[in-house]
Design a protein around this ligand. Sequence first.
Ligand code: PAF
Length: 275
Amino acid sequence: LLRLETSQAVRDALEGMDRPLGFIPTMGALHTGHLALVQAAGAQCKATITSIFVNPLQFGVGEDFERYPRDLQADLSLLEYSGVSAVFAPAEADMFPPGFSTSVDVGAMARCFEGAVRPHHFRGVATVVLKLLNIVAPDIVFFGQKDAQQSAVVRKLVRELSVAVDVQLIATQRESDGLAMSSRNRYLNEGERAAAPSLHAALQIVYLQLLAGRSREAAFAAGKAVLHPLAKLDYLELVDADTFQTLEQMRPPAFIIGAAAFGTTRLIDNIWIRA
Ligand code: PAF
Protein backbone atom coordinates (compact mmCIF):
# COMPACT_ATOMS: atom_id res chain seq x y z
CA LEU A 1 0.00 0.00 0.00
CA LEU A 2 1.65 3.16 -1.26
CA ARG A 3 1.41 6.15 1.09
CA LEU A 4 1.34 9.54 -0.58
CA GLU A 5 1.43 12.77 1.38
CA THR A 6 1.63 15.53 -1.20
CA SER A 7 -0.15 16.30 -4.47
CA GLN A 8 3.23 16.12 -6.21
CA ALA A 9 3.77 12.60 -4.86
CA VAL A 10 0.35 11.61 -6.27
CA ARG A 11 1.24 13.09 -9.68
CA ASP A 12 4.52 11.13 -9.71
CA ALA A 13 2.82 7.89 -8.64
CA LEU A 14 0.10 8.27 -11.28
CA GLU A 15 2.57 7.64 -14.08
CA GLY A 16 3.00 4.02 -13.03
CA MET A 17 -0.67 3.32 -12.32
CA ASP A 18 -2.86 1.11 -14.45
CA ARG A 19 -6.12 2.42 -15.88
CA PRO A 20 -9.01 2.59 -15.39
CA LEU A 21 -8.12 4.28 -12.10
CA GLY A 22 -10.74 4.37 -9.35
CA PHE A 23 -10.81 7.01 -6.63
CA ILE A 24 -12.53 6.97 -3.24
CA PRO A 25 -12.35 10.28 -1.37
CA THR A 26 -12.86 9.85 2.40
CA MET A 27 -12.34 11.65 5.66
CA GLY A 28 -10.98 8.49 7.29
CA ALA A 29 -12.63 6.77 10.27
CA LEU A 30 -13.17 4.00 7.76
CA HIS A 31 -15.87 1.37 8.22
CA THR A 32 -17.60 -1.38 6.23
CA GLY A 33 -19.44 1.25 4.18
CA HIS A 34 -16.13 2.55 2.82
CA LEU A 35 -15.00 -1.01 2.12
CA ALA A 36 -18.06 -1.47 -0.11
CA LEU A 37 -16.75 1.46 -2.17
CA VAL A 38 -13.32 -0.16 -2.29
CA GLN A 39 -14.92 -3.40 -3.46
CA ALA A 40 -16.93 -1.62 -6.18
CA ALA A 41 -13.76 0.12 -7.36
CA GLY A 42 -11.86 -3.18 -7.37
CA ALA A 43 -14.49 -4.78 -9.57
CA GLN A 44 -14.23 -2.07 -12.23
CA CYS A 45 -10.77 -0.56 -12.00
CA LYS A 46 -7.20 -1.78 -12.47
CA ALA A 47 -5.94 0.47 -9.65
CA THR A 48 -7.62 2.37 -6.82
CA ILE A 49 -6.55 5.42 -4.83
CA THR A 50 -8.23 6.40 -1.55
CA SER A 51 -7.78 9.81 0.03
CA ILE A 52 -8.00 10.44 3.75
CA PHE A 53 -8.43 14.11 4.59
CA VAL A 54 -10.68 15.73 7.18
CA ASN A 55 -11.63 18.76 5.13
CA PRO A 56 -11.91 21.88 7.32
CA LEU A 57 -13.84 23.76 4.60
CA GLN A 58 -16.93 21.59 4.98
CA PHE A 59 -17.37 22.03 8.74
CA GLY A 60 -19.24 25.02 10.13
CA VAL A 61 -18.50 26.90 13.31
CA GLY A 62 -19.52 24.73 16.28
CA GLU A 63 -19.60 21.54 14.19
CA ASP A 64 -17.48 18.46 14.89
CA PHE A 65 -14.25 19.30 12.98
CA GLU A 66 -12.10 19.07 16.13
CA ARG A 67 -13.70 15.95 17.50
CA TYR A 68 -14.12 14.20 14.12
CA PRO A 69 -12.53 10.74 14.62
CA ARG A 70 -8.96 10.59 13.25
CA ASP A 71 -6.98 7.34 13.39
CA LEU A 72 -4.73 7.12 10.35
CA GLN A 73 -3.00 3.95 11.56
CA ALA A 74 -6.31 2.09 11.96
CA ASP A 75 -7.46 3.33 8.55
CA LEU A 76 -4.22 2.23 6.90
CA SER A 77 -4.43 -1.24 8.45
CA LEU A 78 -7.99 -1.60 7.22
CA LEU A 79 -6.87 -0.68 3.71
CA GLU A 80 -3.66 -2.73 3.75
CA TYR A 81 -5.15 -5.89 2.22
CA SER A 82 -8.27 -4.35 0.70
CA GLY A 83 -6.89 -4.09 -2.83
CA VAL A 84 -6.36 -0.31 -2.69
CA SER A 85 -3.12 0.62 -4.48
CA ALA A 86 -2.36 3.94 -2.78
CA VAL A 87 -3.58 6.22 -0.01
CA PHE A 88 -3.33 9.98 -0.36
CA ALA A 89 -3.29 11.53 3.12
CA PRO A 90 -2.22 15.15 2.69
CA ALA A 91 -1.51 17.68 5.39
CA GLU A 92 -3.88 20.62 5.59
CA ALA A 93 -1.12 23.02 4.49
CA ASP A 94 -0.61 21.03 1.29
CA MET A 95 -4.30 21.20 0.38
CA PHE A 96 -5.04 24.70 1.63
CA PRO A 97 -1.90 26.79 2.01
CA PRO A 98 -2.24 30.19 3.68
CA GLY A 99 -4.16 32.59 1.43
CA PHE A 100 -6.23 29.86 -0.25
CA SER A 101 -9.56 31.49 -1.13
CA THR A 102 -11.08 29.80 -4.21
CA SER A 103 -14.41 28.06 -3.79
CA VAL A 104 -16.90 26.09 -5.86
CA ASP A 105 -20.58 26.85 -5.37
CA VAL A 106 -23.14 24.74 -7.24
CA GLY A 107 -26.05 27.08 -6.44
CA ALA A 108 -29.48 26.45 -4.94
CA MET A 109 -28.97 22.70 -4.50
CA ALA A 110 -26.28 23.46 -1.94
CA ARG A 111 -28.69 25.48 0.18
CA CYS A 112 -31.61 23.11 0.77
CA PHE A 113 -31.87 20.23 3.28
CA GLU A 114 -28.30 19.55 4.50
CA GLY A 115 -27.27 22.86 2.97
CA ALA A 116 -29.97 24.74 4.89
CA VAL A 117 -28.72 23.38 8.21
CA ARG A 118 -25.03 23.60 7.24
CA PRO A 119 -24.77 26.76 5.11
CA HIS A 120 -21.19 26.43 3.78
CA HIS A 121 -20.98 22.66 3.90
CA PHE A 122 -21.49 21.85 0.22
CA ARG A 123 -19.25 24.69 -0.91
CA GLY A 124 -16.52 23.08 1.18
CA VAL A 125 -17.30 19.62 -0.18
CA ALA A 126 -17.44 20.80 -3.82
CA THR A 127 -14.17 22.73 -3.46
CA VAL A 128 -12.21 19.86 -1.92
CA VAL A 129 -13.71 17.25 -4.27
CA LEU A 130 -12.83 19.26 -7.37
CA LYS A 131 -9.31 19.78 -6.03
CA LEU A 132 -8.91 16.06 -5.25
CA LEU A 133 -10.25 15.12 -8.70
CA ASN A 134 -7.70 17.46 -10.29
CA ILE A 135 -4.87 15.92 -8.27
CA VAL A 136 -5.83 12.25 -8.70
CA ALA A 137 -7.37 12.48 -12.20
CA PRO A 138 -9.29 9.22 -11.82
CA ASP A 139 -11.52 7.56 -14.42
CA ILE A 140 -14.22 6.69 -11.89
CA VAL A 141 -14.94 8.30 -8.51
CA PHE A 142 -17.05 6.43 -5.95
CA PHE A 143 -19.42 7.94 -3.38
CA GLY A 144 -21.69 6.34 -0.80
CA GLN A 145 -25.46 6.61 -1.17
CA LYS A 146 -25.88 7.73 2.46
CA ASP A 147 -24.65 11.20 1.55
CA ALA A 148 -27.11 11.44 -1.32
CA GLN A 149 -27.19 15.23 -1.53
CA GLN A 150 -23.38 15.34 -1.57
CA SER A 151 -23.40 12.95 -4.53
CA ALA A 152 -25.90 15.16 -6.38
CA VAL A 153 -23.70 18.21 -5.72
CA VAL A 154 -20.68 16.32 -7.07
CA ARG A 155 -22.55 15.08 -10.16
CA LYS A 156 -23.65 18.65 -10.87
CA LEU A 157 -20.17 20.13 -10.53
CA VAL A 158 -18.65 17.36 -12.66
CA ARG A 159 -21.26 17.92 -15.38
CA GLU A 160 -21.21 21.71 -15.31
CA LEU A 161 -17.43 22.13 -15.01
CA SER A 162 -16.75 19.38 -17.58
CA VAL A 163 -14.65 17.19 -15.31
CA ALA A 164 -13.74 14.01 -17.18
CA VAL A 165 -14.76 11.45 -14.57
CA ASP A 166 -17.57 8.96 -14.12
CA VAL A 167 -19.36 9.44 -10.75
CA GLN A 168 -20.75 6.27 -9.21
CA LEU A 169 -23.05 5.92 -6.23
CA ILE A 170 -22.71 2.76 -4.13
CA ALA A 171 -25.58 1.46 -1.99
CA THR A 172 -25.55 2.24 1.74
CA GLN A 173 -24.21 -0.48 4.04
CA ARG A 174 -26.33 -1.05 7.14
CA GLU A 175 -25.97 -2.54 10.59
CA SER A 176 -28.21 -5.58 11.20
CA ASP A 177 -30.91 -3.34 12.74
CA GLY A 178 -31.02 -1.07 9.68
CA LEU A 179 -28.87 1.83 10.92
CA ALA A 180 -26.86 3.25 8.03
CA MET A 181 -23.12 2.87 8.63
CA SER A 182 -21.48 6.21 9.36
CA SER A 183 -18.32 7.43 11.03
CA ARG A 184 -20.57 9.56 13.27
CA ASN A 185 -22.42 6.53 14.72
CA ARG A 186 -19.59 6.23 17.24
CA TYR A 187 -20.78 9.46 18.91
CA LEU A 188 -24.08 7.80 19.94
CA ASN A 189 -24.55 6.66 23.54
CA GLU A 190 -26.36 3.40 24.23
CA GLY A 191 -29.86 4.87 24.31
CA GLU A 192 -29.32 6.97 21.21
CA ARG A 193 -27.82 4.00 19.37
CA ALA A 194 -30.94 1.97 20.20
CA ALA A 195 -33.17 4.78 18.92
CA ALA A 196 -31.19 5.59 15.76
CA PRO A 197 -32.49 2.75 13.48
CA SER A 198 -35.95 4.33 13.70
CA LEU A 199 -34.80 6.88 11.10
CA HIS A 200 -34.37 4.09 8.55
CA ALA A 201 -37.66 2.52 9.66
CA ALA A 202 -39.43 5.85 9.08
CA LEU A 203 -37.96 6.15 5.57
CA GLN A 204 -39.02 2.61 4.76
CA ILE A 205 -42.57 3.24 5.92
CA VAL A 206 -42.77 6.37 3.75
CA TYR A 207 -41.47 4.37 0.78
CA LEU A 208 -43.91 1.50 1.27
CA GLN A 209 -46.85 3.82 1.75
CA LEU A 210 -46.04 5.85 -1.37
CA LEU A 211 -45.55 2.62 -3.29
CA ALA A 212 -48.99 1.51 -2.15
CA GLY A 213 -50.45 4.72 -3.59
CA ARG A 214 -51.10 6.57 -0.32
CA SER A 215 -50.97 10.37 -0.37
CA ARG A 216 -47.73 12.18 0.54
CA GLU A 217 -49.41 13.49 3.65
CA ALA A 218 -50.48 10.05 4.86
CA ALA A 219 -47.13 8.47 3.96
CA PHE A 220 -45.05 11.08 5.80
CA ALA A 221 -47.37 10.99 8.83
CA ALA A 222 -46.98 7.20 9.02
CA GLY A 223 -43.21 7.55 8.71
CA LYS A 224 -43.00 10.13 11.48
CA ALA A 225 -45.12 7.94 13.72
CA VAL A 226 -42.45 5.20 13.88
CA LEU A 227 -39.62 7.58 14.85
CA HIS A 228 -38.28 6.93 18.34
CA PRO A 229 -39.24 9.65 20.88
CA LEU A 230 -35.52 10.47 21.27
CA ALA A 231 -35.30 11.45 17.59
CA LYS A 232 -35.51 15.15 16.82
CA LEU A 233 -36.63 15.11 13.21
CA ASP A 234 -35.16 17.74 10.95
CA TYR A 235 -36.71 16.72 7.62
CA LEU A 236 -38.34 13.81 5.83
CA GLU A 237 -38.91 14.42 2.12
CA LEU A 238 -39.23 12.95 -1.35
CA VAL A 239 -36.83 14.60 -3.81
CA ASP A 240 -35.58 14.30 -7.36
CA ALA A 241 -32.22 12.48 -7.27
CA ASP A 242 -30.44 15.05 -9.45
CA THR A 243 -31.91 18.41 -8.45
CA PHE A 244 -33.01 17.69 -4.87
CA GLN A 245 -36.26 19.52 -5.57
CA THR A 246 -39.24 18.03 -3.78
CA LEU A 247 -41.51 15.72 -5.76
CA GLU A 248 -45.26 15.50 -5.47
CA GLN A 249 -45.25 11.93 -6.71
CA MET A 250 -42.78 9.13 -6.44
CA ARG A 251 -40.93 8.31 -9.66
CA PRO A 252 -37.33 7.32 -10.34
CA PRO A 253 -34.67 8.59 -10.00
CA ALA A 254 -35.48 9.93 -6.54
CA PHE A 255 -34.51 9.74 -2.91
CA ILE A 256 -36.67 9.69 0.17
CA ILE A 257 -34.37 11.61 2.50
CA GLY A 258 -34.40 12.05 6.25
CA ALA A 259 -32.32 13.76 8.94
CA ALA A 260 -32.76 13.57 12.69
CA ALA A 261 -30.71 14.35 15.77
CA PHE A 262 -30.19 11.74 18.47
CA GLY A 263 -28.78 13.71 21.37
CA THR A 264 -26.08 15.93 19.90
CA THR A 265 -25.49 13.63 16.93
CA ARG A 266 -27.26 14.44 13.68
CA LEU A 267 -27.79 11.46 11.38
CA ILE A 268 -28.95 11.36 7.79
CA ASP A 269 -30.27 8.48 5.72
CA ASN A 270 -32.26 7.86 2.56
CA ILE A 271 -33.96 5.36 0.31
CA TRP A 272 -32.80 5.38 -3.26
CA ILE A 273 -35.49 4.97 -5.90
CA ARG A 274 -33.39 3.97 -8.86
CA ALA A 275 -34.14 4.63 -12.49
O1 PAF B 1 -18.07 12.03 2.26
C1 PAF B 1 -16.99 12.41 2.73
O2 PAF B 1 -16.29 11.69 3.43
C2 PAF B 1 -16.49 13.82 2.43
O3 PAF B 1 -17.55 14.70 2.35
C3 PAF B 1 -15.61 13.90 1.17
C4 PAF B 1 -16.36 13.48 -0.07
C5 PAF B 1 -14.39 13.01 1.37
C6 PAF B 1 -15.11 15.33 0.96
O4 PAF B 1 -14.37 15.79 2.03
